[in-house]
Design a protein around this ligand. Structure first.
Ligand SMILES: Cc1cc2nc3c(=O)[nH]c(=O)nc-3n(C[C@H](O)[C@H](O)[C@H](O)COP(=O)(O)OP(=O)(O)OC[C@H]3O[C@@H](n4cnc5c(N)ncnc54)[C@H](O)[C@@H]3O)c2cc1C
Length: 456
């Protein structure tokens, strides 16, 4: 062990190899077992990452990449024999080019820093997620992050132009493409996007930039039923086209909880309606005519919505988004919680919500269930409020949720968070054994030794 520490110190300098208490004293993770490894190393350059990977491979040690630690599926969990490789010192924005509409940054750059660098040239990244202050480009690439604008700009996969990655044996694959069109052979970046670190360590990423709308119009609306919201989404797609940025849904229990948090103030709408949605559109000019107002007036006349408020200021916009994004409210309200992100065809989303309520109530009557999510792209988030001692029943609760989801054709157990350790026992509910075997073969070809035991 001391030889390994020495060798790592030679690569990154002694200040950047943490051991024992230095590792344990970090508490910035959503993942409960993130810091069980005895060693944590903080490289500054791709060459250092390559040297660490080659050393780990030679020593038979498993590397666990750590980005912003906001992942929700135990993807950053480590055990005592692992070496954590943290990208916190590789956070530089390397290039911002408005003409080429591209931004290149090191893997440890936070999404917030990317948003700010892009805003300086009137642009923005296509992917935005509520964990933007900590989530990193490397972690977002590894998990193919989605977020609140997927229906307009797609997930990371649609926004990444190129990347640089270090393979488990230390080989550097530099593929930082900046072109919209590049068909020179295989599109290798796709292998690393969404593979949760299993195939390589992402060290830098080039992403598309999009013109920042001159203004965003935001409204919170209430509808009588989920079916009415589906109809409203269809109308919004036709009437607003590419100007529609977000269409996010909340079931009443979730809306009631997030809008009753300390400091929220009076809820913008009463909590008695059937469903709620946050709708955001882009305006090309700051003082141009409203797009959302006439659309919602028509929807109101057609009885698709029954109430609504517009954000007339940045503060009101933030309050509407807080109602949707403050999922931490569930964490603070209960001793413990479980969260899921499941993908459905739109027609099945509400039927699943109803069915899951019944299935859970058979074993756990009165368990609080909260539904919300990215309705525009078929992604439902589910959070369950638990008493502390119920966590020991976690596997049984997960099984009920995934078994219920699996009854709906074309559902997926992970719309955006990935598999990690947490969902691995249930991967077969969404993937065939042949697909899983092919994933394992790819990992073997790439050489293993990163995030071993996760995903498959
Ligand atoms: C409040 C909140 C809201 C969220 N909302 C969304 C949302 O809307 N959409 C969404 O998709 N996700 C969301 N997430 C989940 C999370 O933010 C994303 O999965 C994010 O992409 C993780 O980035 P990270 O840098 O924190 O990665 P980490 O949590 O550090 O790591 C995630 C995984 O990627 C691996 N990894 C990290 N860095 C690298 C690297 N450089 N190379 C290779 N592998 C690496 C890790 O080993 C781990 O398996 C949310 C999380 C929170 C807490």
């Amino acid at each position: 062990m001391s030889t390994l520490i020495n060798q790592l110190q030679q690569i990154v300098g002694s200040a950047h190899v943490l051991v024992g208490e230095g590792v344990l004293s970090r508490h910035n993770a959503y993942c409960s077992d993130a810091y069980d490894a005895a060693l944590l190393v903080r490289p500054k350059t791709t060459d250092e990452v390559a040297a660490i990977a080659a050393l780990a491979k030679k020593e038979g040690a498993n590397l666990v990449p750590h980005g912003g630690m906001t992942g929700l599926v135990e993807g950053t969990a480590s055990t005592s024999g692992d070496i954590i490789i943290s990208f916190e010192r590789m956070s530089q924005i390397l290039r911002v080019d408005a003409d080429q509409m591209v931004l290149i940054a090191e893997a440890g750059a936070t999404l917030q820093s990317v948003i700010e660098a892009a805003a300086d040239v009137g642009m923005m990244p296509g992917v935005d997620i509520p964990s933007r202050g900590s989530a990193t480009l490397g972690g977002m690439t590894a998990t193919n992050a989605g977020g609140v604008r997927v229906l307009r700009y797609g997930m990371m996969r649609e926004n990444i132009l190129g990347l640089e990655a270090v393979l488990p044996d230390g080989t550097v694959i530099s593929s930082l493409n900046t072109l919209m069109k590049n068909n020179a052979g295989f599109d290798l970046k796709q292998l690393f996007i969404g593979s949760e670190g299993r195939l390589g360590l992402v060290t830098a990423v080039s992403i598309k930039l999009h013109p920042k709308p001159a203004k965003e119009e935001t409204a919170l609306v209430a509808a009588k039923s989920f079916a009415d919201l589906v109809a409203l989404l269809g109308e919004a797609r036709s009437a607003l086209g590419a100007d529609l940025l977000s269409f996010e849904a909340m079931w009443p229990e979730y809306y009631q909880l997030t809008t009753s948090q300390p400091g929220f103030g009076a809820p913008p709408l009463s909590a008695d309606y059937g469903m709620y949605a946050v709708i955001e559109v882009a305006l090309g000019t700051a003082d141009g005519p409203s797009l959302l107002e006439p659309f919602l007036e028509t929807a109101f006349e057609a009885d698709l919505i029954v109430d609504g408020v517009f954000a007339n200021s940045m503060a009101e916009q933030q309050r509407i988004w807080r109602a949707r994004e403050d999922s931490d409210a569930v964490e603070t309200a209960y001793d413990a919680n479980l969260s899921y992100d499941i993908g459905f065809e739109l027609k099945d989303m509400d039927a699943f919500a109803l069915q899951l309520g019944k299935d859970l109530a058979e074993k756990w009557p009165d368990m609080p269930i909260f539904f919300f999510g990215h309705m525009g792209d078929g992604n439902l988030h589910i959070m369950l409020g638990l008493q502390a001692d119920m966590m020991k029943e976690r596997h049984s609760i997960d099984a009920v949720v995934y078994e219920c989801a699996g009854r709906f054709n074309n559902s997926t157990l992970s719309a955006e968070h990935g598999i990690g350790l947490e969902k691995k026992p249930f991967l077969t509910t969404s993937r065939t054994s042949e697909e899983i075997a092919l994933m394992q073969r790819l990992i073997d070809v790439f050489g293993g030794s990163i995030n071993n035991g996760k995903v498959v």
